[in-house]
Design a protein around this ligand. Structure first.
Ligand SMILES: [Mg+2]
Length: 401
């Protein structure tokens, strides 16, 4: 069997308005890149490369010629071939690994289809039949909506009064749900601030405290880990095994969060899970902003590893999430059933993808409209050289605890 072609499908589905109660606007618009690898035997594999889709699409097209004629079942060899072929380009980060991600995922899909078995079976078989998921909520009302859907974990984000928000959510949902906080590693947040907020959140028994500081400085994250008694989670912005190596080997995280759309593929997800297992670190892939193909890949990996914690799942961001893939995995009682079909068990509706042309994704949300702590039109004043938020407003409640 030989690879004959590689095609890409960009898609920017419209976001669903989030409604009242969320400063600065609704859901972020989605940008997805799907990759298909074709063979001379008619078997077609699908994958996803996310992060910066239009740039990654160019990378995939650049890599495609070295794939033509390769046997798609030799996945590790092809992965290493791409790595070697692109090393002269420098440290390509999530662009390089995002492109490899889409290709690698499609190769696993092909292999499963050829052998007529699900990808999880190729990864060692099933440890579990269903994967627990968590949703997102900015308000107690949104958290209740998730609870009503049967979801048992909720993540809230941002650094403005996170204690108030967690308290409101806890009061609304009771002790039935796990709560997580994602600070999104903002460049204007100092390590001391991240520790301060983390200590104030300690009494709430969070499942994890995510990206408390920007991910570029591993030592800063280590300081948070040493000073805050909440499981620390990070890893969504890193590339392949080397990107998360220090986080795992130095036990700076308790939960590693490889992004299943840009970590470098299923090959890398499985290796990272093994590295983490040796350090009693659990795996909770970053999948929320991804399209549903990357999410499918995460389901197969989580099914096959012992240290799977939970999967990120955005239920309400864009209705197109539910129309572009067939079949769409449903959340039932807070879990998604692991697919049993050959390969990944998913395909995209190309007509639906074509309906939403790519818009690119380098925007600055709230720049014009203003946000929680800055006036409309002043966003540029807060970039880089001073904290974007007013400290007193951001940390008021934290100081009171
Ligand atoms: Mg995050």
């Amino acid at each position: 069997m030989k690879i004959t072609d590689v095609k890409t499908f960009l898609m920017s589905p419209p976001a669903r308005p989030r409604g009242e109660g969320k400063p600065g606007g609704g859901w972020s618009a989605r940008n997805w890149l799907f990759v298909k690898v074709y063979t001379d035997e008619g078997v077609v594999g699908i994958g996803e490369g996310s992060g910066w889709p239009r740039v990654i699409e160019t990378a995939v097209r650049d890599i495609a010629p070295i794939l033509i004629g390769e046997d798609p079942t030799h996945i590790e060899r092809i992965w290493q071939k791409i790595l070697t072929a692109t090393m002269g380009n420098g440290m390509t980060g999530t662009i390089g690994s995002g492109a490899m991600n889409g290709i690698d995922m499609a190769l696993w899909d092909i292999k499963g289809k050829v052998l007529n078995t699900p990808v999880w079976n190729l990864l060692g078989g099933k440890v579990r039949d269903r994967i627990r998921v968590y949703g997102h909520a900015a308000t107690a009302e949104e958290a209740l909506r998730l609870k009503e859907k049967g979801i048992t974990g909720v993540k809230t984000g941002g650094v403005i009064d996170p204690v108030d928000r967690v308290e409101a959510i806890r009061k609304a949902v009771g002790d039935e749900m796990d709560i997580m906080v994602d600070a999104h590693g903002p460049p204007w947040f100092t390590t001391k601030d991240a520790i301060l907020v983390g200590k104030a959140l300690e009494p709430y028994n969070l499942l994890f405290y995510e990206d408390p500081v920007p991910p570029d400085n591993v030592d800063a994250l280590a300081r948070v880990q040493e000073n805050v008694d909440i499981p620390i989670a990070a890893g969504e912005r890193h590339s392949h095994i080397w990107g998360v190596r220090q986080l795992i080997e130095r036990e700076i995280v308790d939960v590693v969060q490889p992004d299943s759309g840009r970590i470098g593929g299923i090959t890398q997800l499985k290796k990272i899970a093994a590295m983490a297992e040796a350090h009693y670190i659990t795996v909770a892939p970053h999948s929320g902003s991804l399209g549903p193909v990357g999410e499918y890949a995460a389901l197969h990996v989580l099914a096959s590893i012992p240290n799977a914690l939970i999967l990120e799942r955005v239920e309400f961001d864009s209705p197109s999430r539910y129309e572009v893939v067939v079949p769409h995995p449903e959340t039932v009682d807070g879990y998604i059933e692991v697919p049993d079909r050959p390969g990944l068990g998913v395909d995209i509706d190309e007509a639906v993808a074509a309906r939403y042309p790519s818009r690119g994704n380098t925007g600055t949300p709230g720049e014009e409209s203003g946000g929680a702590s800055w006036e409309p039109g002043t966003w540029h004043e807060y970039v880089y050289y001073q904290t974007r938020y007013r400290r007193q407003k951001t940390l008021r409640r934290v100081r009171e605890v």
